[in-house]
Design a protein around this ligand. Structure first.
Ligand code: PMP
Length: 438
């Protein structure tokens, strides 16, 4: 195996860091100015996690391109961590949003767009009833509250090292088999061991053991885990997991926020899953804040039996701006014109091409160094190269289609490293290869 020369690596890194400083004088000046008004010099602290001494400040972004304040252009392989998976400001969504913005933005009243979106979501995912929030985090939180209320159970179950947004209950992880706060959990309201059961993905035995306590209101899960590399379900995992959930009276909430890239109806439609609730956010409005959760007929009936109109606005599910007219207009335009079945068909075929070619190149390169991290091992064990599982790479294809449809790279990706999410997808290709070879 080829060893990595750490000294050379350090020299290269220092060279790139100096170049970054020299190339971004205006961003540097703005960042310095921001120190006196923004905590840590950024609107949100995680914006400092980019490579380089400071984040680049953006002047504009269109489709797959970003221009910074120093007039440098980039291919954006991050796309707002899928919030802009449709490309930045697609023309039609931008027009619809501009029109809606002049006709009332937030009304606390429904618009016809909400019906269109609800009907479309019903067709895509099969669940009959829908509600709208501002973020996927909120949609997950509200789904959890509903699950607790209608099952009258206190706990939720998540898979080890999941991510579902800033949902308190989901910041639990296993440390030597014991549930506790996940590393970095900021000010947890209680030890998440009190609220949450955590099990390894793809392990039906431990899942059953956890459900047997009869205290799990719902399983909150991505159909394929996308926030810890890509961990795909083993054959038959979801069919068996759904059966277990039903047997022990727990609901299944499918968080399709990222896995929507598997097809117009996400993994739920692709893999014929049958969740009780489903969450979809981020890309749904091309970046205009908005998200949704859908519920089954049975859940809808149980909600109406327990949740009453008198108190519902102060009951922990809501948000003044939730379901606002602007979000719904953006969602409608996105679903009607951008995330269409035809676009997915094209994207999935590009994904397959991409995966095949990357796999070929890795194979041709022979002895490629690999890197395993303990908590990801199950991912490696669970991956295969075949069949429907490759569909998840649709996410990569979404990027590919953006590049191809909207003016393929004229500028190479820069050292500023706008590349988090697609690299995770790319990593899944590597992991697949890993499990074939190793
Ligand atoms: N679900 C999943 C699977 C996510 O990865 C994320 C965020 N990356 C969320 C939900 C939360 O989305 P948001 O931060 O927009 O609320």
């Amino acid at each position: 195996m080829t060893a990595i020369d750490r000294t050379k690596l350090k020299t290269l890194q220092q060279r790139e860091e100096s170049r970054f400083l020299a190339d971004h004088p205006k961003s540097a000046a703005l960042y310095n100015r921001a120190q006196s008004s923004l905590l840590g010099g950024v609107p949100m602290n995680w914006m400092k996690k980019w490579a380089g001494a400071f984040p680049v400040f953006v002047k504009s972004a269109k489709l797959a391109h970003i221009t910074d304040v120093d007039n440098r252009e980039y291919i954006d392989l991050c796309l707002g961590d899928t919030g802009a998976m449709t490309g930045h400001s697609p023309e039609i969504v931008a027009d619809v949003v501009a029109r809606r913005a002049k006709e009332g933005i937030t009304l606390m009243l429904p618009t016809e767009d909400s019906l269109w979106v609800g009907e479309d979501l019903k067709r895509r995912f099969g669940l009959p009833y829908w509600q709208f929030t501002l973020t996927a985090t909120d949609a997950n939180r509200f789904a959890i509250r509903i699950a607790r209320e209608i099952t009258q159970r206190s706990k939720i179950l998540v898979f080890h090292y999941c991510y579902h947004g800033t949902v308190d209950e989901s910041f639990a992880a296993l440390e030597n088999g014991v549930i506790g706060p996940r590393r970095g959990n900021i000010g947890p309201p209680v030890n998440p061991a009190e609220t949450t059961r955590v099990v390894e993905f793809n392990d039906l035995n431990v899942l059953e053991d956890a459900l047997k306590h009869h205290d799990v209101a719902c399983i909150l899960a991505e159909p394929a885990m996308t926030n810890v590399g890509i961990i795909l379900p083993e054959d038959g995992f979801w069919r068996a997991a759904q059966e277990l959930a039903r047997r022990y009276g727990s609901l299944l909430v499918a968080d399709e926020t990222h896995t929507i890239c598997a097809g117009p109806g996400g993994c739920t439609a692709e893999w014929k899953l049958d969740p009780d609730m489903l969450v979809f956010g981020k890309a749904i409005g091309s970046g205009i804040p908005g998200a949704t959760f859908g519920v089954s007929e049975e859940v809808a009936q149980r909600i109406s039996a327990r949740i009453h109109l008198d108190d519902c606005d102060v009951g922990g599910i809501g948000g003044t701006l939730a379901g606002n007219a602007l979000s719904l207009a953006a969602m409608r335009a996105t679903l009607e014109y951008i995330l269409t079945p035809a676009a997915f068909e094209h994207m999935i075929s590009l994904a397959k091409r991409f995966a095949d070619a990357v796999g070929e190149n890795i194979r041709a390169a022979g002895n490629v160094p690999r890197h395993h991290r303990g908590r990801h091992r199950r991912a490696h064990q669970s991956l295969r190269l075949s069949g429907r599982r490759t569909h998840l790479l649709g996410g990569t294809a979404i990027l590919a289609v953006l590049f191809i449809r909207y003016d393929f790279p004229r500028y190479s990706l820069t050292s500023s490293c706008f590349c988090f999410w697609p690299l995770a997808l790319l990593a899944s290709v590597w992991q697949r290869y890993d499990c074939l070879t190793g």
